[in-house]
Design a protein around this ligand. Structure first.
Ligand code: FES
Length: 226
């Protein structure tokens, strides 16, 4: 919640009784807090607005579509909202909320997701019938413009194997959930054991979760930069 002093507003945005040079008190408030889910009581804000002659601007990004809202029935002066939804939480909640938003007509491309954890049993691991023979695959990683190559034994994820020569490779959960280890396969082939983080368009573009990727070709190159 913020208050500010003098604001210069476009002509059409000046509340009754004010001019462009009037000292105007503005209260900007986020309706629903992204992290706590706490919702500010807009009716109570309206009472303050009337008593103190304060212009009220509400950020409704997290609330729009989730809570009933009628602009004309509130005492706020302006409502702003981003054109995206960010769903952050456990897998089941994020999946269900995605389905609801999709049913409501929200384009899938406008829904961004961050999984905190997966409470369901993991899907069966995928094992390729013919992993590279011998000591393993030659895995090349590109990060921050620097290229490194290492032999990764069969059954060892690309991330784990490559960390032996590149401890700076990004990761967090190592469970296929957070997406931090995302990289693009630019040569060779991998198979992923599980994926709760990447969207279909990312998969089509060649992105993989390196913590879940097993090499299925003799040589693999993954690019963390692009
Ligand atoms: S480190 Fe989280 S998905 Fe790979």
């Amino acid at each position: 919640m913020h208050t500010s002093g003098r604001d210069t507003l476009p002509k059409q945005g000046i509340p009754d009784g004010h001019t462009a040079t009037t000292w105007l008190r503005v209260l900007t408030v986020t309706w629903v807090n992204s992290f706590t889910g706490h919702a500010v009581d807009l009716d109570a804000i309206g009472v303050v607005r009337r008593r103190r002659d304060v212009a009220v601007v509400v950020n409704a990004s997290q609330a729009i579509c989730a809570r009933p809202f009628q602009a004309a029935a509130t005492a706020v002066d302006a409502v702003v909202s981003c054109g995206y939804k960010w769903l952050c939480g456990p897998y089941g909640m994020v999946t269900d909320a995605t389905a609801v938003l999709t049913e409501l007509g929200v384009e899938r491309a406008r829904i961004h997701r961050e999984l905190f954890y997966v409470e369901d049993a993991p899907p069966p691991e995928v094992h390729h019938a013919e992993p590279p023979a011998g000591p393993g695959a030659e895995v090349t990683v590109i990060l921050d413009g620097r290229t490194s190559t290492v032999t990764v034994p069969p059954g060892t994820p690309v991330l784990d194997g490559a960390q032996k020569v590149r401890p700076d490779l990004p990761f967090a959960c190592k469970g296929g959930v957070c997406g931090t280890c995302r990289a693009r396969v630019v040569a060779g082939k991998v198979t992923m054991r599980r994926n709760f983080a990447l969207e279909e368009d990312e998969l089509r573009a060649g992105y993989v979760l390196t913590c879940q990727s097993l090499a299925v070709s003799d040589a693999v190159t993954v690019d963390y930069d692009g």
